[in-house]
Write a protein that binds this ligand. Structure first.
Ligand code: ATP
Length: 259
């Protein structure tokens, strides 16, 4: 084992006549934090669905956590991969508390019809504290702000004890202070737990400064990749997004249109 936990080789995914990924090859080593950026429709989310075994490859192959990914082993794989998406709208009448929502993350390893143990309940309490929402533990899940909800989503993903964490635009639709809080939390979690993390965003302002490598996607392909210092220049970003985009590291990376 050379430390590689994700290996895609020439992966092609298409939805009817649309090709969403056009021959993507990518390797990620254990503990790495990779940011994936690119304009809308570039194929970023589709890349994540390949990694968590939900996409059908029409060409190429994917190996994740030592398994060759196919539809048969998707469930086994997803037990080992935490996933956080954008804020969801939850019905405020849903009778499930914040604590119960985070506990759901334990069920993959636990198995159906097995009750969480004291150890798991304590782990959940620790996670609620880590993400700063212990005081909301008994609140119904539909009674939270977007930023609070994303903290729950992150805690639920961590309750899985994941070997890989996939974050798909976790700060989309949050206001700037809430975005900053989530970025700090993501940075803290990686510093503490070193979980292999893939963080997708189309908005450079929300690319965590903890990124060790930036993968730039465009038109279903990896267009360019490298360390943030190598690739996050105004010229490269202008070409990627088709606009003048000054870059300023400030906890995230700043993106302002000069127009
Ligand atoms: P965004 O930043 O807007 O979320 P993205 O880079 O994540 O975009 P994808 O969501 O991976 O891009 O989409 C890539 C392409 O595949 C787009 O052209 C999109 O319309 C198409 N696509 C994605 N999901 C589906 C689907 N379920 N059915 C049909 N086409 C899809």
């Amino acid at each position: 084992m050379d430390g590689t936990v994700i290996r895609l080789k020439d992966a092609v995914v298409s939805y009817r006549e649309d090709v969403a990924l056009e021959g993507v090859s990518l390797e990620v080593v254990r503990g790495e934090f990779v940011g994936v950026i690119g304009p809308n429709g570039a194929g970023k989310t589709t890349l994540l669905t390949v990694i968590n075994g939900l996409a059908r490859l029409v060409h190429g192959e994917a190996w994740v956590l030592g398994m060759r990914v196919d539809r048969r082993n998707g469930i086994e794989l997803r037990k080992r991969i935490g996933y956080v998406a954008q804020v969801e709208n939850i019905d405020p009448r849903l009778p499930i508390s914040v604590r119960e929502t985070v506990l759901v993350g334990c069920y993959g390893r636990l198995g159906f019809l097995r009750r969480p143990t004291t150890v798991q309940r304590k782990m959940v309490d620790g996670l609620l504290e880590l993400v700063g929402i212990s005081h909301l533990a008994e609140r119904p899940i539909g009674h939270l702000s977007g930023g609070e909800y994303q903290r729950v989503a992150i805690a639920r993903a961590l309750a899985q004890q994941p070997e890989i964490l996939l974050l798909d635009e976790p700060t989309a639709s949050l206001d700037p202070p809430a975005q900053k809080d989530i970025l700090s939390l993501v940075r803290l979690i990686h510093a503490q737990q070193h979980i292999t993390t893939i963080y997708v965003t189309h908005d450079l302002r929300t690319l965590p400064s903890v990124c060790q490598r930036v993968v730039m996607m465009k038109g279903g392909r990896i267009w360019r990749e490298g360390s943030p210092e190598e690739v996050l220049s105004a010229e490269v970003l202008a070409e990627l997004y088709g606009a003048q985009l000054p870059v300023e590291p400030d906890g995230g990376w700043s993106m302002r249109s000069s127009q």
